[in-house]
Design a protein around this ligand. Structure first.
Ligand SMILES: Cc1ncc(COP(=O)(O)O)c(C=O)c1O
Length: 349
């Protein structure tokens, strides 16, 4: 292992544009310190140092159910939501429980590289369809479905990052979401909606989620505190049908280890219920909008003709398209020499 590397290949002192990591100055360290100190003094702290409820911290579940129903056109109850070890924990659990090696799944091109790693770990056949500025090109998705059907295969699920996608920054249009839901009903595959950036919207109204548009039917939607609080807490949530949640909660994995990160979850529940999370999200939106504006202005003034890029209305990522004459490998090497790391389309396009 490279001693200069910190987690996930981020080299200390570099500018890691490829990683969905918040910069350390955006983490609410003082506020969390206060919540942790209070939790530590509480007589019930020992409970959170023990194994936790399989479904996760009940106070955090209730907080999230109320927030989601209030902000979106949803009518979920606590049976529809469980706490997980970040979105990553959910993707791993879903891959484990919904698939067997050799199964096919559908993904975007490009898609989130680390999720593809998990799918590869599970021996899944990944069928990708390209995206444009409105998300997946539905005719291409359908072509994949027909080809799979001709081989007697039904994909197990479509994995999608619908809002401010990693790595492109695009938001999938509502009509595309509806068309995908129709296909999911026709062909019988689930939709795994990895919705980790939706709270970081800089302007406009949020679009209805796949979960909402499908009335919750055959959609598993993931959320996380990693992008709007702190990834080191390793806390996220999964919304799905009550039957699916029960299936996960009763899995051997949770029976053996209990629910996700009980101490972190108790701290997050206290932090959220104090109103601090909402205020922090509001502040973060301004911080990320400013950073996005600086990055777009730099691209505008520095990029040569022929380079195109997305102008995301939220989230972490901007995606550049280079002219065919550009040599990405050479560019990557030169950027690394200057301490700048970016994600190229290799392996995800
Ligand atoms: C699309 C997407 N999903 C999931 C994650 C990881 O989320 P978590 O920290 O909740 O596991 C990331 C982080 O970069 C991401 O970009």
């Amino acid at each position: 292992m490279n001693p200069a590397a910190t987690p996930q290949g981020v080299v200390a002192g570099s500018i890691p544009l490829f990683a969905g990591h918040p910069s350390l100055d955006l983490l609410p360290v003082d506020a969390l310190q206060r919540v942790i100190a209070a939790a530590w003094q509480d007589s019930s702290v020992a409970r959170f140092l023990n194994y936790g409820d399989e479904q996760g911290n009940p106070r955090l579940i209730d907080f999230l159910v109320e927030r989601l129903n209030r902000r979106e056109n949803l009518a979920i109850s606590r049976e529809n939501l469980m706490i997980i070890g970040g979105s990553t924990g959910g993707v791993g659990m879903i891959a484990q429980r919904l698939t067997t090696p050799g199964d096919a799944i559908l993904v975007d091109a490009p898609s989130y590289r680390d999720a593809l790693h998990i799918f590869r770990d599970h021996g899944l056949e990944m069928r990708s369809a390209p995206i444009d500025d409105d998300g997946i090109i539905v005719a291409e998705l359908e072509r994949n479905l027909r080809e799979l059907a001709a081989n007697g295969k039904t994909p197990r699920f479509y994995y999608v990052v619908p809002n401010f996608q990693n790595p492109s920054g695009i938001v999938m249009a509502v009509e595309r979401r509806r068309a995908v839901i129709e296909l999911s009903r026709e062909y019988g595959f689930a939709i795994v909606e990895d919705d980790v950036y939706s709270d970081l919207r800089f302007k406009g109204d949020p679009l209805p989620s796949f979960y909402e548009l499908a009335g919750g039917e055959n959609v598993l939607r993931l959320g996380t505190f990693s992008k709007t609080l702190a990834p080191g807490l390793r806390i996220g949530w999964l919304i799905a049908s009550a039957e699916r949640i029960t299936g996960f909660v009763e899995s051997g994995l949770l029976r053996m280890g209990g629910g996700a990160n009980p101490f972190s979850a108790a701290v997050v529940a206290d932090y959220c219920r104090s109103g601090a999370w909402e205020a922090h999200i509001h502040w973060l939106r301004g911080q990320y909008r400013r950073r996005r504006d600086i990055a777009l202005a730099a691209l505008e003034s520095c990029m040569p003709a022929g380079v195109e890029w997305t102008r995301p209305a939220g989230g972490y990522f901007i995606w550049l398209r280079l002219p065919p004459s550009a040599h990405v490998d050479a560019l990557e090497t030169r950027a690394k020499e200057r301490g700048l790391y970016f994600a190229s389309g290799k392996g995800i396009l």
